[in-house]
Design a protein around this ligand. Sequence first.
Ligand code: FAD
Length: 597
Amino acid sequence: MRGSRSGRYDNAAVRAGERKGCFMAQAMNSAQTSKGMSRRAFLSAAGLMGLAVGATGTFAASNVSVAHAEEATGAPATNPNAACMETFGKDTAYLPVKKAQWTQLNGPIGFEADPVDKSKIARTDTCDFLVIGVGLGGMVAGLHAADEGANVIGIEKMNQGRMAWESVGGYNTKLQQEIDNVPDPAEYMEAIMRASMWRARADAVWGFIQGSGAAIDFLNDMVVKAGKGVSYFSTEQAPAANKMDVIQAEHKINIPEGVKWTSWLKGGFVWDSLLETASTYPNFDIRYNTAGVQLTKDASGRITGAIAKDADGYYAIEASKGVLLATGGYEANPALMQAWVRPEDYHTAEALAPCLGPTGDGHMMGLAVGAAMDPVPHCVMSFRSVSQVQANKCLSAGIWVNHQGRRFVNEGLPFNYAANAVNIARIGGHPVWFLFDEGAVEARSEAMPTLRDDIVAMEADGNMVQGDTIEELAAAMKVDPAELAATVEAYNGYFDAEEPRDLQFNRNISKAAPLAKGPFYAGKHTNQLLVTVSGLIINENAQVLDENDDPIEGLYATGNASGGLFSDAYPRHLPATSTGRAVTFGYVAATHALKGE
Ligand SMILES: Cc1cc2nc3c(=O)[nH]c(=O)nc-3n(C[C@H](O)[C@H](O)[C@H](O)COP(=O)(O)OP(=O)(O)OC[C@H]3O[C@@H](n4cnc5c(N)ncnc54)[C@H](O)[C@@H]3O)c2cc1C
């Protein structure tokens, strides 16, 4: 689903609720500067903060975090940086962090912070294993537990589970073995750790790598079992031109013969098959339009089930073996996005997510029972523009320039890293442009028959301009003509060398061409935000950990509700780690829970 552009950095536009949100910054600042404040105190402050956000959509309980800070330091909270506030305005509080609004996705929140009154709980259902959220991770977990003979209840808040993906990534699957394409596990480990700047949790990363083979084999078996001609295959990727690691981890989807399908997004075929297979398990009871509201626990602290809510009201579900949080991320919860994600990661992005289900309910349910969570800022999955409009296929044909008419990044980087650079270039609401020439259009016209029509359509929408010369193009872009001409001249000059080289950003231009033939085109470049990928800390068994790194008995998490794998940016160049994680830890959680260890 695509929405309108999000708001800009604009303190004046910050709403009252967000103004209170600056106490988060206060709590962080106190935690960073005060030796007296324990990690527990800070995390509980942040956690309570989050609960308030989820429960009310505002930061109503923000005074709680201040109370913790005061308690820990033994001194009343003071303003150590009045000059900073004077310069940046009172919304910035102790830290000069400007805010941005996320208004594009706003889903129904299932989590409730206040304990549901017993008198409102109509009945208690029982099962062995409870799955909260039946997207990819929840579906695989439920199927695996059911396949092992357990009685499984899966509750899904929306009228269908979320299914937005194409490929799935992992190590040592039968499909990889069949074509001798098994990645090196240590290289895979290092690549994930490197992509997180070594902030990832080694146990979770290694657990993912080690567990993924059996999990993806099971996923493929369940897909094939439906008998609809859908299956996965292991891909062989060429070496990257951008010096990033290539890990042969990706599995793509075979669709039924004779079906004409041009979209890259083929996950719907897999989902259709999984639903078919799930329907053959009478012991896997999937209940739609049913939200997980809060977790229940016994006197020892073990998680024993959850309170669910459907159209008739609340009821309890007891799960003797375990509860899995498979509720996805929180991209459809504006308050959490604004609290936990870097503003620059979403302030000019468009949402690319066809579901309003992921509102961070699992994050909240976990925090409410003492779970630890990835530190903020959290990490999102960003794509550079992936519009199906063929004109956007010229994105990498030439160069990208900012509002000053200057290049700012290696245009050949993996989507997520290129997206980071675009986000930074767009701070302040400036446009970023991708430039290409008539030569690029001619070279692509045969393979992309609607390319010229798409250019006309983008021009009509105000998203593309053209000019017979670079100076004319610059005028249409409202960019300094001399600056743009100098940028293009420098870029074209790289092709004069015997071995062409990008002397500024080191992009591999061996397959690129100079911008030589008019007319010249400039399209507006907009990033897309797919999902959030940070969450509750888990170990190699998918058990949710508390702040002491001890498992919370009976509680598991998978997919985008879980954490420990990513930091800074989702590593798009390590293929399909997010679906791989959802599948793997769903499978691992069911295995561990049924063992009853
Ligand atoms: C367009 C697009 C393409 C993508 N392509 C890829 C790809 O090719 N490879 C890849 O690795 N990743 C891809 N992703 C990311 C991928 O979709 C997710 O990372 C992955 O599906 C996460 O799975 P999950 O099981 O954690 O959560 P989700 O798939 O988000 O499922 C969570 C489910 O929980 C439900 N839920 C939430 N709260 C509650 C509650 N309180 N009670 C009950 N139910 C609840 C939601 O409604 C939802 O159905 C893509 C994303 C998008 C948007």
